[in-house]
Design a protein. Structure first.
Lengths: 79, 228
């Protein structure tokens, strides 16, 4: 099983890196790139288990370690 | 008084802290390896600066699960004095021993320079020998010192007087220009509600001796000593 986890900054948390990339996109001609937010994509290979259990485990992993809940949100898919 | 300096893989100010408390203050000091589960006989713990676990994932994110951190948490809960400097501060916020988070600096750069900071509160064991409102100069050396907390937390730490240091100009004014990293309210250091855990981005251990040209940081350690 594979968990695909997306960690993103919460709304309202400034993302200077995203801002710099947005400016750069604009400067090379992509005026339509209005806003850029940069996050993390994490893949966790899991041993086989029932999907609800895997979801519970991945949620725990995210909240304990993979995301900092003060500044970040997470979502994931399990395949 | 015996100071314990917690060493994580990637800590690099551990020896500076040891030197400071052992040779400058003349106190007992010992290193505590991050895999040690028990810590005994120490009166104050220092989590030093550096790059624990290479800052992988987020600064402090992996160090917070080092075996020693359970003991650090118990020590703090019993009222023991804990100082986190730079990466140590990052580990303390990740562990939830201090509120908020430390994010990448606003300009995305690693900053290594002397900065003015204002002592916002001397009602803590770490700053009692400073005057409230006193302006001191200390070096900072970090890429992730941009303090963030949600509005509710920010209000709480303000109401409780938990903000200990703020970046300011030479005259003590809290301005945007004096803020090196984008920290909310120019925050450079905070304590917990019980006031026995301090986290600060500036490095007092690097400005505690005449030979280094600046002794402004020495009173952080002397304050701890005088509180003991």
């Amino acid at each position: 099983m594979l968990a695909k986890i997306y960690v993103t900054l919460k709304k309202g948390v400034l993302d200077p890196q995203g801002k710099a990339v947005q400016h750069s996109l604009e400067s090379i001609g992509y005026k339509e790139a209005e806003d850029v937010r940069i996050g993390k994509f994490i893949e966790v290979k899991l041993s086989d288990m029932p999907k609800p259990e895997a979801e519970k485990k991945v949620k725990e992993m995210c909240e304990k370690m993979l995301a900092n809940m003060v500044i970040e949100n997470y979502r994931f898919e399990i395949e | 008084m015996k100071f314990g300096i917690v060493v994580f893989p990637g800590s690099n100010y551990d020896h500076d802290c040891y030197h400071m408390v052992k040779h400058v203050l003349g106190q007992e000091a010992g290193y505590i390896w991050h895999k040690d589960k028990e810590i005994k006989g120490f009166d104050c713990l220092i989590l030093p600066g550096g790059f624990s676990y290479g800052d992988y994932l987020r600064t402090g994110a992996i160090a917070k699960f080092s075996p020693v951190m359970n003991s650090v948490r118990e020590f703090a809960e019993r009222g023991g004095l804990v100082i986190g400097i730079c990466n140590g501060f990052q580990i303390l916020v990740e562990s939830g021993l201090l509120p908020g988070a430390l994010m990448r600096n606003k300009d995305l750069k690693f900053i290594c320079e002397n900065r003015y900071i204002r002592v916002e509160s001397n009602d803590a064991p770490f700053t009692r020998l400073y005057k409230k409102g006193e302006v001191v100069r200390m070096p900072i050396a970090h890429a992730d010192g941009n303090y963030f907390a949600d509005d509710e937390t920010l209000k709480m730490i303000q109401d409780n007087g938990q903000i200990i240091f703020r970046y300011c100009d030479a005259d003590g004014n809290i301005t945007g220009d004096a803020n090196p990293n984008g920290s909310l309210l120019n925050i450079a250091g905070i304590c917990n509600e019980k006031r026995n855990v301090l986290g600060m981005m500036p490095h007092p251990e690097r400005c505690s001796e005449e030979i280094l040209g600046n002794t402004d940081g020495k009173r952080v350690f002397e304050s701890v000593l005088s509180s003991f």
